[in-house]
Ligand binder design. Structure first.
Ligand code: ADP
Length: 608
């Protein structure tokens, strides 16, 4: 329960207004509901011909139950005498209708506000999770599977939604109804109600007991769902390989095992879950029967101070308590499930960013002299050093080409500069200051990235180019696109710069995607460029356009290029040859060829 209140405290405060309104309307709804049962008594009396308490005297109006009841009887008697019982019934029926109308109206208004709360809380939660995902450093995502994160931000949020909602109802609606009706019942017969009071908690306790162990199983189910989503993710991105290796059946089997496991867990969980309803129905009926017997005895003995009609209305009122009480017990189950999901969401939200600004981080606006890697060592898993003993100074304005076999550490080397990862040993300095002392936002502002796989978003061409720049104008974007040799093909698309490029730019060719990401970097116009040249072959024309765009991009900038193209390598001011995490050779193209070492070997193997 404590955890549950904590969750409410976290997410409900922005919705105090809605909460207040919901409370008010539910209270009004419950009051009208209770009155509607009271109105039924004279109706029943008339039908049964039981008007024993003939009221002939009208009391002066006063807002008390006694007076209201008296006058109500007085008027219904009057009507019965003057127009006959049937007409009186119609009148009383009309009043009942009016009362019930207000009851449902207020109940609706209560739910109206609870809907705002429900959807608001879920929106807030999704936004918090999304913000967290975006803020987490890259190393996190290599450890945690993507499918698992997706499952946490969809399924678990959904789960919490259901539990938050039923719990909000539980707290602000059902108890109100229960209290108001109980109050009405006490007015009708204190003795009987005392009896009910003793009975209800016992029944409630027994029902509540059933769902204790639910929390554990539900978490297992969610975890398994994460695995399933991961497999689907993996399958979608690896479909080509699965087909090429005829591994369809293998994957089917693997998936089958997972989804079967999920089925097993869910079976066990849901069976327990569906037990709640029949259980509480059975308990409810037992309770009603007990009350019927006890109440009947009171009336037959004439000791309960209650007429038979009133007893029927009383039973009606009591029956109306059963449902909210049932929902109350059901909500208890949901809350358990929801809290398990909340735990999983919190595991994500509680991850501390390992790469953050220092308290006294320095601002930096311009890049002045040089970048310097000093004795840098780095490891992804703390066991094997992917980079070791790396030293390199890159003066402003120079182009450094990084070459070497795949897996030799080039990508890791450039990823350290914008602090996607932090070095384990040594330091990287920009203008003589350790990059960990700068404000990360400022540091990253100094750099532009063009990746091997152009990373584009499902948005318009304009927005993709303007991605890293606030308030870019159309002129700026067009100018950048022209430099990146992208303007012509953009103009040829249906809606020009407003064309949507599809999921990850799927509507464009490989070369076009590259030129868009180059345009994006051009527009940002950073002093330092980090380039990972695409290895995938383009046709000659496309290749020429991309190469030309890259050349223009590197002009007058300090560039770090993971180089696959011969022209880039040849024109570089410095070539660094990586081998197993170390720079084993460095120099200009001609020097290195002459040296006849690692570079020459690479060159001969035409790896470039
Ligand atoms: P290159 O860019 O030269 O191909 P990388 O820098 O990508 O080389 O990789 C260097 C080494 O680090 C490789 O052995 C690779 O398996 C490992 N590696 C790369 N990325 C990760 C990661 N996110 N987690 C763990 N190991 C990684």
């Amino acid at each position: 329960m404590k955890d549950f209140i904590k969750v409410l405290k976290r997410f409900l405060p922005p919705y105090q207004m809605d909460l207040g309104m919901m409370f008010l309307y539910n209270l009004l709804g419950a009051l009208f509901g209770a009155v509607s049962f009271g109105v039924m008594v004279p109706v029943l009396n008339t039908i049964f011909g039981l008007n024993s308490e003939v009221v002939t005297e009208k009391l002066p109006f006063e807002f008390s139950a006694e007076v209201l009841k008296n006058n109500f009887y007085y008027y219904s008697n009057l009507l019965t005498e003057e127009y006959g019982a049937v007409v009186a019934l119609i009148y009383v029926g009309a009043i009942l209708l009016g009362v019930v109308f207000f009851k449902v109206l207020f109940t609706f208004l209560g739910s109206y506000h609870s809907v705002s709360i429900r959807n608001g809380v879920v929106r807030d939660m999704r936004q918090i999770i999304y913000n967290k995902i975006v803020s987490l450093p890259l190393p996190f995502f290599t450890e945690e599977k993507k499918g698992d994160i997706i499952s946490r931000s969809t399924g678990d949020v959904q789960e919490v939604e259901n539990s938050v909602m039923s719990s909000v109802d539980m707290i602000f609606k059902n108890p109100i109804i229960i209290v108001v009706y109980l109050f009405g019942m006490i007015l009708m017969s204190a003795q009987l109600t005392l009896f009910v009071f003793l009975l209800l908690p016992i029944a409630g306790y027994i029902i509540g007991k059933v769902g204790k162990s639910l929390k554990k199983t539900s978490r297992a189910g969610q975890d398994k769902m994460g695995d399933i989503l991961s497999t689907i993710e993996e399958t979608l991105s690896g479909l080509r390989i699965i087909k090429a290796f005829n591994a369809e059946e293998k994957m089917n089997d693997r998936f089958g095992v997972q989804s079967n496991e999920y089925r097993r867990i869910m079976n066990s969980m849901m069976r327990r879950y569906v037990l709640a309803h029949p259980m509480s129905e059975l308990m409810g009926t037992i309770v009603i029967i007990i009350i019927l017997c006890y109440g009947g005895k009171l009336i037959l003995e004439g000791s309960g101070n209650m007429s038979a009609s009133a007893f029927i209305a009383y039973l009606g009122m009591f029956y109306s308590i059963i449902n909210p009480a049932k929902h109350f017990s059901k909500a208890m189950y949901s809350v358990h499930k929801g809290l398990a999901a909340m735990d999983r969401i919190d595991q994500l939200l509680d991850v501390e960013s390992s790469i953050v600004d220092k308290d006294n981080a320095k601002p930096v606006e311009t890049f002045g002299e040089s970048i310097e890697y000093k004795n840098v060592a780095f490891s992804y898993n703390g066991e094997r050093n992917v980079l070791k003993n790396v030293n390199l100074e890159i003066p402003k304005g120079k182009t450094v080409a990084l070459v070497g076999q795949s897996g030799s550490g080039k990508t890791t080397f450039v990823d350290l500069l914008p602090r996607f990862y932090d070095v384990n040993e040594g330091s990287i300095n920009v203008d003589g200051v350790d990059i960990r002392d700068y404000k990360m936002k400022d540091l990253r502002n100094l750099m532009g990235n063009v990746n091997q796989e152009s990373i584009l978003f499902n948005d318009t061409i304009f927005n993709n180019i303007a991605f890293g720049v606030e308030n870019a104008t159309m002129e700026d974007v067009i100018a950048a696109a022209k430099i990146a040799n992208a303007h012509d093909f953009i103009s040829a698309t249906e809606n020009g710069y407003d064309t949507n490029i599809g999921d990850r730019g799927s509507k464009l060719s490989g070369g076009q995607r590259q030129r868009l990401s180059i345009a994006r970097a051009v527009l940002k116009n950073p002093p330092i460029m980090i380039l990972d040249e695409a290895t995938s072959a383009l046709d000659t024309e496309s290749e020429r356009l991309v190469q030309d765009a890259l050349d223009k991009l590197m002009e007058n900038r300090t560039s770090l290029v993971i180089a696959h193209r011969l022209s880039t390598v040849k024109n570089a001011d410095l070539i660094c040859v990586f081998h197993e995490g170390e720079i084993v050779e460095r120099g200009k193209h001609d020097e290195l060829i002459e040296k006849d070492g690692a570079y020459k070997k690479l060159y001969d193997m035409q790896l470039l």
